[in-house]
Design a protein around this ligand. Structure first.
Ligand code: NAD
Length: 274
C-alpha cells in the first residue's frame, strides 16, 4: 500500500517545535519579508507565511518596495532590517525584477538573520556538509518529511530533477551529506526516464504540470514532488499524482505535501537561529 506523505501533518510537528522554542523567550521575534513589486504568485506565498506566523506566534512584517526600486534603495531596506535588533529574520521574496542583482541583495542579509539559507556563508556551510548552517526552507522541509515517515536516506540512490539554486542544488547537497548517492537531472539530461526508474528516492522540482507520468516510475520508490503548477485553475505537481500514487511506495500530494513543509521549515529556521 502506498504511504501518502502528508505535509500538513508533518508541518504541524515542526510548527509545534517552533511554539515550544518560542515559549522559552521573553519576547516575540519578528520576521521581515521584503517583496519587490506585486507579482501575484509571490503575494500568495507571502500571505501563507503571514498566516503561519500568526499560528506559530512570530510577527511577520511585509515590506513592499516598488517594482522599479533601485539597488541602492533595496540595499537600504535590507540594511534597516539588519540593524534593527528586534528583527530576527529577513527574507527577500524571490524572484526580484531583472534589473536587480538578487545574489548581491541576498548577500547583504546578515547570515544570522538569513532564514532562507541563501547567503554565501550558509551556502558554504551546506557545501561543507557539517549541518551547521541554515538550510533553504524547501530542503529542510523535505528532509523533515522523510524523517517524519522514518524513510532512510543513507545509501539510497536519490535523483533530484531540477538544478535551481533555490531547490535542486541545495537539496542534492543535503541528501549527499546524509549518505545518499545523488544524481541531479535537468533539461539537458538524456534518458530522464531511465534515471527516474533507477532511483530509490525521486525529487521532482521542474515546474511542469503532471510531467512525470506513470511510465517513469516503478514499485518501491519514494516520490517527493516539489512542483507547484497551475493547471485548469487547480494546483498540481510535476508528477501525475492520480496515475502514479498506487504504483510507488510513498508519495507527496500537491497541494499538501512539500508546500506546507517549506513554510513550517522557514519558521523553524528562524527559531533555531535565535
Ligand atoms: P527553476 O525554474 O528555477 O528550475 C527548474 C529546473 O528544472 C531547472 O534546473 C531546469 O533545468 C529543470 N527542468 C525544467 N524542465 C525540465 C525537463 N523537462 N526535464 C528535466 N529538467 C527540467 O524552478 P525552481 O525554483 O527550482 O522551482 C521548481 C518548481 O518547484 C516550481 O514549480 C516551483 O513553483 C516549485 N517550488 C515549490 C516549492 C514548495 O515549497 N513546494 C518551493 C520552491 C519552488
Amino acid at each position: 500500500m502506498t504511504i501518502l506523505l502528508d505535509g500538513k501533518k508533518a508541518a504541524e510537528e515542526l510548527e509545534e517545535h517552533c511554539r515550544k522554542a518560542l515559549g522559552q523567550l521573553s519576547y516575540k521575534p519578528i520576521l521581515v519579508i521584503i517583496q519587490v513589486g506585486n507579482r501575484e504568485e509571490s503575494s500568495v506565498y507571502v500571505k501563507q507565511k503571514m498566516k503561519a506566523g500568526e499560528r506559530i506566534g512570530i510577527e511577520v512584517r511585509h515590506v513592499t518596495l516598488p517594482e522599479d526600486v533601485s539597488m541602492a534603495d533595496a540595499l537600504k531596506a535590507i540594511a534597516e532590517s539588519n540593524e534593527d535588533v528586534s528583527i530576527s529574520g529577513i527574507i527577500l521574496q524571490l524572484p526580484v525584477p531583472e534589473h536587480l542583482d538578487s545574489d548581491f541583495l541576498i548577500d547583504a542579509i546578515l547570515p544570522a538573520k538569513d532564514v532562507d539559507g541563501m547567503t554565501a556563508v550558509n551556502v558554504k556551510l551546506l557545501v561543507n556538509g557539517t549541518h551547521l548552517g541554515v538550510l533553504p526552507a524547501t530542503t529542510r522541509g523535505i528532509m523533515f518529511l522523510l524523517n517524519f515517515y522514518r524513510i532512510t536516506i543513507e545509501s539510497k540512490r536519490v535523483l533530484i530533477v531540477g538544478r535551481s539554486k533555490l531547490v535542486g542544488k541545495p537539496t542534492a547537497l543535503e541528501f549527499l551529506s546524509h549518505g545518499a548517492t545523488v544524481t541531479i537531472a535537468h533539461r539537458s539530461t538524456q534518458d530522464l526516464l531511465e534515471e527516474v526508474k533507477r532511483a530509490d528516492i525521486v525529487v521532482t522540482a521542474i515546474g511542469a504540470p503532471h510531467f512525470f507520468t506513470r511510465d517513469y516510475f516503478r514499485e518501491g520508490q519514494v516520490v517527493i514532488d516539489v512542483g507547484i503548477n497551475r493547471q485548469a485553475g487547480k494546483l498540481v505537481g510535476d508528477v501525475d499524482f492520480p496515475n502514479v500514487q498506487d504504483l510507488v511506495a510513498a508519495i507527496t500530494p500537491v497541494p499538501g505535501g512539500v508546500g506546507p513543509m517549506t513554510v513550517a521549515a522557514l519558521f523553524a529556521n528562524l527559531v533555531d537561529t535565535l
